[in-house]
Design a protein around this ligand. Structure first.
Ligand code: RB5
Length: 149
């Protein structure tokens, strides 16, 4: 699975912990920044990740800001991106089983590292359930097609 990750200053420390965790499991993850806690604008980083997920250049993206909210709002402006703000293992699992979320957005000022790493594990391990959820995703896609020119 091709993974990409980015954060703003509010998510920098958690992003670094996630990368270390993934590498300890021999999982590669392209890191597009940030590289310090200097203040930046989260849409710039969400845009780069979401664009690559949208075109299929990568399979999934992880975005971290202070709350995860701004990153998810931005990422969901891209066709085919289903970005979920996830706060625990349950929502992480549901975001995959029911929503086939291809991006998760985490809050570096919301989650402690242990919870966040468990969220990442659950999100990576859980498959989309399909069935009735497939029909609902198709409806989302139709709305996208109608509204995104
Ligand atoms: C930056 O201060 C903060 O607004 C950002 O990290 C994020 O929480 C936005 O949703």
């Amino acid at each position: 699975m091709k993974l990409i990750i980015a954060s703003d200053h509010g998510g920098y420390s958690l992003k670094e912990a996630i990368i270390k965790h993934l590498r300890s499991k021999d999982m590669d993850c392209v890191d597009i920044g940030v590289t310090s806690e200097d203040s930046v604008d989260y849409p710039d980083f969400a845009e780069e990740v979401a664009a690559k997920v949208s075109t299929g250049e990568v399979d999934r993206g992880i975005l971290v800001c202070g709350t995860g909210i701004g990153m998810a709002i931005t990422a969901n402006k891209f066709k085919g991106v289903r970005a979920a703000v996830v706060t625990d293992e349950f929502t992480a699992r549901m975001s995959r089983e029911h929503n086939d979320a291809n991006v998760i957005a985490l809050g570096g000022r919301v989650l402690n590292n242990d919870v966040a790493l468990n969220i990442v594990n659950a999100w990576l391990e859980t498959e989309f359930s399909g069935g009735r959820h497939e029909r609902r995703l198709q409806k989302i896609q139709q709305i996208e097609t109608k509204n995104f020119k």
